[in-house]
Design a protein around this ligand. Structure first.
Ligand code: NCD
Length: 378
């Protein structure tokens, strides 16, 4: 049987379907144990656990960092770390790899969040202990996907057959880059709803198509597809990730979920959001029973408890039977003479990282940021 003990997690694609669903089952047991979602509170006293989680956060975070810390504390363990790069030795010029190497001597598991795409992969290479990607730039956010799937399973009973609309800044939002292929693998249909400038990156569209046989539907107006949806997954405009400063102004206010919009939505359509929201969901929507984003965020604790516990070898994964649409494994590509030209890729900023390439949905991509390489070929 597969085990997550000792493994790291950079991309949700590294988990098989049974591992994913097994984790969500364990998260359900954790939720019961801590008295999640309106029940009476913890059912059993904490047993101290002689393990330490280090949170290395080089980018702002509320939910991810605090829910990881809360999860470790709920498991009985201890936490250490930093919440901003200015309070770490990065401010003195230390490389990411060196910092991770050091912290891996102080902790049993590390969660790292970083503004550069591919940073989590660098951290895995440098660490002596398992590393969890807590978000690497505009690239990936696998534990948010686990949290999203947990909510969907709880509320809808199954992932297979669901139709999920992803709305907003699909170009720069890392949560949807992880979520879309995972939904596709588990048999859900993904619809991409975004202004043309904010569309889903081509590699992610191709990855979804790999699982389902055809690329997802792309539309720019939510009204056109609202009636089809089991869930609308709203995301904010990622103001801080635009290539040109101020580029977000062109798309500001391009979409908004409010009571008028929801008047035309199915009665059982969930409104999800990884949060934080800015102005894309009217606070008046919070009282609508379809609005589940706060419950979704609460699920981050039991989900991360399940992940940490299995990675530390404290819990076996519950068995799960899953019909999965397979994704092609990423195969190493050698002999590429080009280099990654993505300004936000970790290989551009941490010069000691050797370039590496893999096949991703039939393209040759940078193994760190997964952007296609415009090199001179093999
Ligand atoms: C998201 C993130 O950091 O990518 N937040 C989160 O972790 N829940 C979404 C966002 O910042 O828009």
């Amino acid at each position: 049987m597969s085990s997550l003990a000792g493994r790291s997690l950079v991309s949700i694609d590294e988990l098989t379907g049974p591992e994913l669903i097994g984790l969500l089952k364990l998260a359900e047991a954790m939720a019961d144990a801590i008295g999640f979602a309106g029940s009476k509170g913890p059912t059993s006293p904490l047993t101290p656990l002689d393990r330490i989680l280090a949170a290395m956060f080089y980018e702002p975070s509320t939910r991810t960092r605090l829910s990881f810390e809360s999860a470790m504390l709920r498991l009985g363990g201890q936490v250490t770390g930093f919440a901003q790069s200015t309070s770490s030795s990065a401010a003195k010029g230390e490389s990411l790899a060196d910092s991770v190497r050091i912290v891996s001597g102080y902790a049993d598991v590390i969660v790292v969040r970083h503004p550069l795409e591919g940073a989590a992969r660098v951290a895995v290479r440098a660490s002596k202990v398992p590393v969890i990607n807590g978000g690497d730039g505009a690239h990936l956010h696998p534990t948010q996907t686990l949290t999203d799937l947990f909510l969907l399973l709880r509320r809808k009973g199954a992932i297979e057959g669901l139709r999920i609309g992803l709305l907003g800044d699909l170009r720069h939002g890392r949560t949807v880059h992880s979520l879309a292929p995972a939904l596709a693998r588990l048999g859900a249909e993904v619809l991409c709803i975004a202004p043309p400038q904010l569309g889903m990156p081509r590699p992610v569209l191709k990855r979804v198509a790999e699982a389902t046989g055809s690329p997802p539907m792309e539309v720019d107006r939510v009204d056109d597809v609202l009636h089809l949806l089991d869930a609308l997954y709203v995301t904010r405009i990622q103001t801080e990730r635009f290539e040109e400063p101020g580029g977000h102004q062109e798309v500001a206010g391009a979409y908004r979920v409010d009571s008028a919009l929801l008047a035309n939505a199915p009665a059982d359509m969930l409104v999800m959001h990884p949060l934080p929201r800015v102005d894309e969901i009217d606070p008046a929507v919070d009282d609508d029973p379809r609005a589940v984003y706060f419950e979704q965020a609460d699920g981050g604790v039991p989900v991360r408890m399940a992940l940490i516990a299995t990675m530390l070898g404290l819990h076996a994964l519950p068995k799960a039977k899953v019909t999965e649409r397979a994704l092609k494994p990423l195969e190493p590509v050698t002999g590429v003479s080009g280099h990654c030209d993505n300004e936000r890729c970790v290989t551009m900023h941490e010069p000691y990282v050797p370039p590496e390439f893999v096949t991703y949905a039939d393209d040759t991509v940078c193994a760190y940021c997964e952007r296609p390489i415009h090199g001179t070929g093999e």
